[in-house]
Design a binder for this molecule. Structure first.
Ligand code: MN
Length: 199
């Protein structure tokens, strides 16, 4: 029962001008595909073959580095594609907006802290808004780690995530990660983040 690479939920050019079509195409068709293929290779013929990706991640310390890196890459990108949408951006609404205001004081403060988590993650990794014991928190992880992993310094349920690997932005933004992050807010799918928070 191999994991499958799902199609993007929109066209490669749907997030332009904020994220360019070529970046999206390479990111999905090559990087995400490689994580998926290498995850399948790493678990083939092992008991993990019959587990959900979430069940693998929660006990990731029991697996090989190949499962950790590629299982994280498979899961994180699945999530990341849904966290963006054409004609999105703006601000959260409903319960998630209320929780953001009460936790961080204002949307602007939240945005600054989340952006900062992405900007300051040294090397490759991810920024996260996650729910830990009912509280919203902001943090970052190295490589393809995520808050579902038992080895992660930050643990909880992902609500929003941002890929800050160079492959996510280098073609269009080169070394200017802060510019990529500033543009990314224009494509954040708050509806999906709100749906995840509601669950
Ligand atoms: Mn990526």
């Amino acid at each position: 029962m191999a994991f499958k690479l799902a199609d993007l939920p929109y066209a490669f050019n749907a997030l332009e001008p904020h994220i360019d079509a070529k970046t999206m195409e390479i990111h999905h068709d090559r990087h995400h595909k490689a994580y998926t293929d290498n995850l399948n290779k790493a678990i083939e013929g092992t008991p993990a073959d019959n587990l959900s990706i979430e069940d693998i991640l929660k006990d990731i310390s029991k697996y090989t580095p190949a499962v950790r890196n590629n299982g994280g890459g498979f899961y994180n990108h699945n999530l990341f594609w849904t966290m963006m949408s054409p004609n999105a951006g703006g601000m959260p609404t409903g319960n998630l907006a209320d929780a953001i205001y009460s936790t961080f004081g204002s949307f602007q403060t939240f945005k600054e802290q989340f952006s900062n988590a992405g900007v300051t993650r040294f090397g490759s990794g991810w920024a996260w808004l996650y729910l830990q014991d009912g509280t919203l928190k902001i943090g970052s992880t190295p490589n393809q780690d995520n808050p579902l992993m038992d080895v992660s310094e930050i643990k909880g349920i992902p609500i929003l995530c941002l890929d800050v690997w160079e492959h996510a932005y280098y073609l269009n933004y080169q070394n200017k990660r802060p510019d990529y992050i500033a543009a990314w807010w224009n494509v954040v799918n708050w509806e999906e983040a709100g749906r995840r928070f509601g669950k």
